[in-house]
Design a protein around this ligand. Structure first.
Ligand code: NDP
Ligand code: MG
Length: 401
């Protein structure tokens, strides 16, 4: 993974213009938090735009604080929400826009050099494609964009000189560890996983776990969709695919190791047997900040590891209670439309579970069976965007049955 010198040079201008997509979410809020912190470190960003789906109150509050040029509410839930947002920002110069196309437009603007891609789900794909095509510096949290369409995003980024910097903590750890060696010297990468709230539950009990139990992640505070993905370990499956695209690695070179303390965020085993890891407290602001300031490091705002309080670091192999991992490896091996289908089926089943419509154990069962059905009939090996969107729509309809 190369950081293009052209983009890096563009980033020497201060303040750098940034668009935060999904600003009202867990990563978006932390990103704004990091920017406020970086301003105190002589590393100011100019917030050009903020985008959210429907949370107009939080968007208004963030817009009043960060004074962007544009605030996008892409999918207002009620007819009055957009006018409420406009009313809240009426005394400012902030332009209020709506619709998914406005989010992609924001990612493309000339005065935006950095795009924080922190929308959740496949909804984040269009702005990531727009940012890649416009040659932006992309701080990528939205792993689903790569799972669905890594085969399009990565070549576009290469062609137009865009730089993709991982925000996902495991991938940030790999990216940082890679500064100790060359990509061709990697033997394997080891993605660590906390194991989620059900790490030590018997398989049978897990089948009927409640939404509250599944949302009770032991180490990380995150948005609801990824928290459920962490409980099924589908998050790790998505991360396996994300690592495949970011670091150009085959399935055989990507391992998963359960590490309940979440101190080691991931590691690389190089061909000579040396293992380089990145460690820290479980706070996404470290990875977000590095994605914004690489190759430089600045004073961070996360709490530090206190070695005197760490009693142990333990490791376990993931076992058969978490079949989601197989989906990740299958998606890498098959490629094509398989990622779009697995992701869409999981997004739908994940939401059905959170809405109380299906049992926990059904999420991965549904996702696996829809992927299997697609691989038997309808799979496209070299997809265009239209094929990926059609596969996504088909899988959503199947999962909603
Ligand atoms: P949240 O659910 O907390 O936030 C999602 C954000 O996306 C919200 O701002 C939401 O707006 C916005 N959004 C949803 N759909 C659209 C749309 N169509 N257009 C514009 N904005 C939209 O999610 P997280 O912050 O937890 O996760 C974001 C991404 O980061 C995911 O891909 C996740 O996998 C990844 N990630 C998250 C981590 C974490 O610690 N949270 C760690 C590693 C990766 P609204 O509030 O209005 O609904
Ligand atoms: Mg992660």
């Amino acid at each position: 993974m190369n950081v293009k010198s052209s983009t890096a040079a563009a980033l020497q201008h201060h303040p750098r213009g940034i668009a935060v997509l999904g600003s009202t979410g867990s990563i978006g809020t932390n990103t704004l938090n990091v920017m406020a912190h970086l301003a105190t470190q002589g590393q100011p960003f100019e917030v050009i735009g903020l985008a959210a789906a429907s949370n107009w109150q939080k968007l208004a509050q963030q817009a009043l604080e960060f004074k962007p040029k544009v605030a996008v509410l892409s999918q207002p839930a009620a007819a009055t929400d957009l006018s409420e947002l406009k009313k809240a920002l009426a005394h400012t110069d902030i332009q209020v826009l709506t619709g998914d196309a406005a989010v992609a437009e924001l990612a493309r603007r000339d005065d935006v050099s950095v795009v924080a891609a922190s929308v959740v789900g496949a909804a984040g794909l269009a702005p990531v494609l727009a940012a890649a095509e416009a040659g932006k510096w992309i701080a990528l949290a939205n792993k689903e964009a790569l799972v669905v369409a890594g085969c399009l995003v990565m070549p576009l980024a290469e062609k137009y000189g865009a730089t993709i910097l991982p925000v996902d903590s495991e991938h940030s750890a790999i990216f940082q560890s890679l500064r100790s060696g060359e990509s061709r010297e990697i033997d394997r990468i080891i993605l660590t996983a906390s194991g989620g709230p059900f790490r030590s539950w018997p398989a049978e009990k897990m089948q009927t776990a409640t939404v509250d139990e599944a949302l009770n992640h032991p180490n990380w505070r995150m948005g609801p969709k990824i928290t459920i993905d962490s409980a099924t370990l589908m998050n790790k499956a998505l991360e396996i695919v994300e690592a495949h695209w970011l670091f150009n690695l085959p399935a055989e070179s990507i391992d998963v190791l359960v590490h309940p303390q979440s101190i080691i965020h991931s590691m690389i085993e190089f061909v000579d047997g040396s293992i380089i890891a990145q460690l820290g407290t479980p706070d996404m602001r470290t990875a977000i900040q590095y994605a914004l300031t690489h190759p430089q490091r600045h004073q961070g705002c996360s709490s530090r590891l206190d070695w005197t309080k760490i009693k142990e670091m333990t490791f376990e192999q993931p076992d058969g209670r978490f079949p989601a991992l197989d989906i990740g490896y299958e998606v890498i091996r098959r490629g094509g439309t398989s990622g779009a289908v697995a992701n869409a089926a999981n997004e739908t089943a994940n939401a059905l579970f959170r809405d109380g419509k299906i049992k926990f154990g059904k999420i991965i069962e549904i996702t696996s069976s829809i992927l299997k059905k697609h691989l038997a009939n309808g799979f496209v090996a070299r997809p265009q965007l239209a094929d990926l969107l059609a596969a996504d729509a088909w899988a959503r309809a199947e999962a909603a049955l």
